[in-house]
Write a protein that binds this ligand. Structure first.
Ligand SMILES: [Zn+2]
Length: 284
């Protein structure tokens, strides 16, 4: 690019130069202006290369902005690795949660006409669901009907020696299982299938992993939440390692450019000196 510029705008050879005339003055002014523009561009390139050289020299230092950032990332990586290790450690064998009594569950009322209602009784505690239908417009049903449960307190059925946390977990799990059961029962009645009602003790089963309870479908939300959290940590670890590698390769790239930058800088400085020797300045 520079070579092209030089060829195109270098002054014509003296012997080819037209004799001094008005046209000759105009040509000289044109050439001088072109040289000034070239000097301006070279000085700008020089400033840019000087900045690049500072960066490359900085990257040679044992401690620099890249190593500082990489160290911060290493610390974060070590922290996340420790967190994952802690999550992966086998937990202390959890004490199995207390058994629930095998209280029978009975169907005492069901009206399958939409919106349906259903009542189950657990021991002596009745629990009723109503079908909630989202009618978009008359005659057109948008989504499948959902069973909505009336408020119910099942705590009289709980073992007495539970901690407050266990009572909360058990209550959530039991209500989830009852909702699943109510949906299955209503479907069985509509399809005229036999209904097999479990007892309270089989609605929630102990989770051997966390010592809580699993629902009717054998899902343990506590364990699922833990697994999700672990997955987040693994993604975070991957992201941090990628960023650290990018910082280190940027440092290596910047450092390795030093000889190229210095060569370019020497060439440009030679060109600048040549123009200045001819008396070209930015002002004239
Ligand atoms: Zn669990």
């Amino acid at each position: 690019m520079l070579r092209w510029f030089r060829r195109r705008h270098e002054p014509t050879q003296p012997d080819q130069r037209p004799s001094p005339s008005h046209d000759g003055d105009a040509e000289q002014a044109y050439i001088r202006e072109a040289e000034r523009r070239r000097l301006r561009r070279l000085l700008q390139q020089q400033a840019e290369l000087q900045y690049d050289r500072e960066q490359a020299l900085e990257a040679q230092k044992p401690s620099n902005r890249w190593t500082v950032r990489a160290a911060e990332l290493e610390a974060a990586i070590a922290q996340v690795e420790a967190d994952i290790k802690q999550w992966d450690q086998p937990q202390r064998a959890p004490s199995p949660p207390p058994e629930l009594p095998p209280v029978p569950i009975q169907l005492i009322a069901c009206d399958t006409t939409a919106p349906a209602t259903l009542t189950l009784v657990i021991g002596t505690i009745p629990c009723t669901w109503h079908e909630a239908i989202d009618w978009a417009e008359r005659g057109h049903q948008l989504a499948p009907a959902q069973l909505v449960r009336d408020e119910v307190d099942l705590s009289p059925l709980f073992p007495t020696d539970l901690t407050e946390d266990q009572r909360t977990t058990l209550s959530e799990r039991l209500l989830t299982s009852l909702d699943l059961l109510a949906t299955a029962v209503l479907q069985a009645i509509r399809e005229q299938q036999p209904i097999d009602l479990p007892t309270l003790s089989s609605l929630v089963r102990p989770c051997p992993v966390c010592g809580g309870w699993r629902d009717l479908h054998d899902h343990c939300p506590t364990c699922l939440t833990r697994e999700r959290h672990r997955q987040q940590l693994v993604s975070e670890l991957r992201r941090l390692r990628k960023e650290r590698d990018a910082v280190l390769s940027d440092m290596a790239r910047t450092r390795d450019r030093l000889p190229i930058i210095e060569r370019q800088l020497r060439e440009i400085e030679t060109d600048i000196a040549a123009l200045q020797a001819k008396g070209v300045t930015l002002e004239n």
